[in-house]
Design a protein around this ligand. Structure first.
Ligand code: SF4
Length: 331
């Protein structure tokens, strides 16, 4: 799916009072028998009205606990697909159908199928391990799905005499090769948000805050990970900052909306988004905001409940993707 994202940050709820929108959403949730799941990367006000917040793994698991007939998934398209795959009988609404993911789009299903065919023709024995940030069509072509939180454990399950084709994130794949000691064939994909962190900016930020701690998502390039004090997926980062009692300045190399969840979990610290403090005027920049996640607004959450759409429709290949997700995430 090719996405017009240039105007994503200009989408605001400016004409409507956020508090009134929140009340309306609360009322609609009851009327429509709905539960709201929100990713840590969407705006804080959406996280505040959600029934469940979390990273991809936590939300995929939370989706199986929902008892209402409707799920509203405030995140990006592949996450809505995963919620539908795990709950075929439920209606899954998403606030904006165009909320995609540059990482998922870097690995189209037809290109992956062709590459797998090429490897098989060479007689290579391999398992395909996909990061959860992939379309359902790609998941259906894979043997395992991982998140940054469970990747190590899943990779240990792949028999040592088989090669691993890891898709789509080359940076996460390289990091996993290091921590697991397994060699992998890496798909050359990456996330537009985590790719932009500049090593110079980070070093400068560290110099300005000598006692600070750097935490980074493993989707970041290797040079950022090398000077980070802690590397982990979003949920692990949240647990980590909660575990530090003494107030610290923490430089955050991941999507900056995540700071809302950090501040709620560990208010004793000062959280600084890495590229944000680097502009010459001292202003924060938006280059570490995901434009796809930013398509979610309170207004669109209200509208999708009110209109009962857009929704994720069941596709034939969801059944195969479901087997892979169940095997990988629920055991
Ligand atoms: S932050 Fe990156 S990986 Fe996450 S949804 Fe946005 S583009 Fe995709």
């Amino acid at each position: 799916m090719s996405l017009p994202i240039a105007d994503a940050f200009s989408q605001t709820d400016s004409l409507e009072d956020p508090l009134e929108l929140m009340d309306e959403i609360d009322q609609l949730k009851k009327e429509k028998d709905a539960t709201i799941l929100a990713h840590y990367y969407v705006d804080g006000e959406i996280q505040d009205i959600a029934d469940f917040t979390g990273d991809s793994l936590k939300l995929a698991r939370d989706a199986t606990q929902v008892t209402t007939s409707t799920i509203v998934f405030a995140g990006v398209h592949f996450m809505g697909e995963s919620a539908k795959i795990m709950n075929p009988e439920k209606r899954v609404l998403i606030p904006d159908l165009l909320a995609g993911c540059s990482l998922a789009e870097s690995c189209p299903a037809d290109e992956l199928a062709a590459f797998q065919e090429q490897l098989r023709a060479q007689g290579r024995q391999f398992d395909t391990v996909a990061y959860i940030n992939t379309s359902a069509a790609v998941k259906s072509l894979c043997d395992w799905i991982v998140t940054s939180g469970n990747a190590r454990e899943i990779i240990d399950r792949v028999p040592s005499d088989r090669e691993i084709l890891f898709v789509p994130d080359q940076h996460l794949g390289r990091y996993l090769m290091e921590v697991t000691g397994r060699r992998m064939i890496l798909w050359p994909g990456s996330c537009m948000v985590h790719e932009v962190f500049s090593i110079q900016d980070l070093i400068r930020a560290k110099r300005k805050n000598p006692d600070s701690i750097v935490i980074a998502h493993p989707e970041c390039p290797q040079n950022i990970l090398e000077i980070s004090d802690f590397i982990g997926g979003t949920e692990r980062m949240r647990q980590y900052v909660m575990s530090i009692a003494e107030p610290k300045t923490i430089l955050v190399a991941t999507e900056s909306a995540m700071i809302h969840a950090f501040q709620k979990a560990a208010p004793q610290h000062a959280f600084v988004p890495v590229p944000g403090i680097m502009t010459s005027t001292g202003e924060t920049c938006a280059c570490n905001r995901c434009p796809h996640m930013a398509r979610n607004t309170l207004q669109k959450v209200r509208d999708c409940l009110r209109n009962e759409g857009p929704q994720i429709e069941w596709q034939d290949y969801f059944a195969k993707a479901r087997d892979v997700l169940n095997r990988s995430l629920l055991k």
